[in-house]
Ligand binder design. Structure first.
Ligand code: LLP
Length: 437
């Protein structure tokens, strides 16, 4: 099974203890439904594995995967830290009452306003990405007469993708300071001269949806090589090592991720080895999982509409959403599993492809899936849409954004309202039409 949900005696899919068909009647479609107990389970798998290993750690939820006030309230309750990459994500965190000292700001082009907001709200850490930011941040700190803890984001020359990783001498990436060409060291030297900025450690992020631990292990080695050199040259001692996110999840039965604790165990084991090798103190370890915290915890519910059967070619079943609420198939050819939620136990008798409703041939959610006989008005539940689904949703064709519901232990709560047409045109202003010759 590619998903963690079950069906009830009516043969309906149940998420968070709630019948998904009842939810569609109450809230309409398309609808994201999160099982909050699964979010907690994923968060605790990371947190508890560090605890068990006796390692000081911060598990920073990468809120780009799914940011909303309700989501960040849960993250706060689970004692997670938070990775934000924009003023909008920071604003949401502040609105959710997230503890500022556990917020970390990322981004490859942080603006003056973003950095000022972070400084004004005394967030815990800024992950510095480039030389321009060093200048901006030191100016802002001087203006506010404050200091700031930072991590240096470095590019270790390891690029990981699901099963493969690529080793490059100089990484061709818009993110971070390159280790191989000396820019990371140059930044570090510059920062030694700036009293208001404290470099508490290094950060790297090697990719996303990674199933193997080799890439992470190599990144740890590479960071320690650097820390070893900086210890020799500058007597530097890193308090924190942030190894980013990227831990893979199951979208379809073909995906075989490790249990979440397995990634942590591999990281801790390698850090332990390196600490001994270089005679260093064990640093605090930070990670930034996004997808692995929320990805498998949500389904998207759609209502089926037109069914186009092209004999001998394909049967298209269209749903009332698509690339507006899930851009990943169109953008990355991402694969998903789904079920007809009102016939979840029925025998699979035909093969169909699921089309979105945008004016674009590429708006296909799933190719060739086995289903029971599909009828107009059935409810399709697409699994593992909790990460980079709602957060990447858009207004193409002027479809209003979907609603989001949290379900936990048999209770459901609307946490993001469905957009209205008024919302869609809220920022539009009429053009003052004049006669023009
Ligand atoms: N930390 C940093 C610095 C990152 O850039 C990212 C993701 C994460 C953490 C969280 O990665 P995760 O654990 O979620 O894999 N839109 C794409 C994913 C883009 C990820 C960008 N950075 C997708 O839908 O697959």
């Amino acid at each position: 099974m590619s998903h963690p949900f079950h069906t009830n005696e009516q043969g309906h899919l149940v998420v968070g203890g709630v019948d998904t068909i009842d939810l569609t009647k109450k809230y309409g479609t398309p609808l994201f439904v999160y099982d909050v107990s699964l979010i907690r389970k994923n968060a605790r798998a990371f947190v508890n594995t560090f605890k068990k290993a006796g390692v000081r750690a911060q598990v920073a939820y990468a809120s780009k995967a799914f940011s909303s006030i309700a989501m960040l309230q849960v993250a706060k309750q689970e004692n997670l830290s938070l990775d934000v990459v924009s003023q909008g994500e920071l604003y949401t965190a502040l609105q959710a009452g997230f503890p500022v000292d556990r917020i970390h700001l990322h981004g490859n082009n942080k603006s003056f306003e973003e950095l000022s907001m972070a400084v004004q709200h005394n967030i815990g850490c800024i992950v510095l990405d480039n030389f321009y930011e060093i200048e901006l941040l030191s100016e802002i700190l001087e203006k506010h007469d404050k200091t700031m803890d930072v991590l240096l984001r470095v590019t270790p020359g390891i690029e990981a993708h699901t099963h493969d990783y690529i080793l490059t001498g100089n990484e061709d990436s818009k993110f971070g300071f390159d280790l191989a060409n000396g820019q990371a060291e140059q930044a570090f030297e510059m920062l030694q001269e700036i009293d208001s900025i404290h470099v508490i450690g290094l950060h790297c992020h090697i990719g996303s949806q990674i199933f193997e631990t080799d890439g992470f292990v190599m990144a740890v080695r590479r960071l320690f090589e650097t820390l070893g050199e900086w210890k020799q040259a500058y007597g530097y001692r890193s308090q924190v090592l942030n190894l980013g996110g990227g831990f893979g999840i199951r979208y379809t039965a073909e995906d075989e991720p490790l249990p979440l604790g397995g990634y942590v165990d591999a990281l801790v084991e390698e850090v332990q080895k390196q600490v001994e090798l270089y005679g260093m103190e064990f640093p605090e370890i930070w990670i930034e999982p996004g997808r692995a915290i929320v990805g498998n915890t949500a389904v998207t519910l759609y209502r089926t509409g037109s069914i186009k059967d092209i004999p001998g070619v394909r049967k298209y079943v269209s749903v009332d959403g698509g690339m507006t609420d899930n851009l990943r198939p169109a953008l990355y050819q991402a694969k998903y599993d789904a079920v007809i939620a009102n016939k979840a136990d029925a025998a699979l008798t035909e093969k169909v492809s699921i089309a979105g409703k945008c004016c674009e041939s590429g708006d296909m959610l799933i190719w060739d899936m086995e289903v029971p006989e599909v009828e107009y008005g059935d409810i399709l539940a697409v699994f593992s849409t909790g990460a980079y689904g709602y957060s990447m949703s858009n207004h193409y064709n002027r479809f209003p954004k979907a609603a989001v519901v949290f379900a936990e232990q048999g209770e459901d709560q609307l946490v993001i309202q469905r957009e209205s047409y008024e919302d869609l045109t809220r920022n539009d202003l009429p053009y003052d039409i004049k006669e023009r010759v």
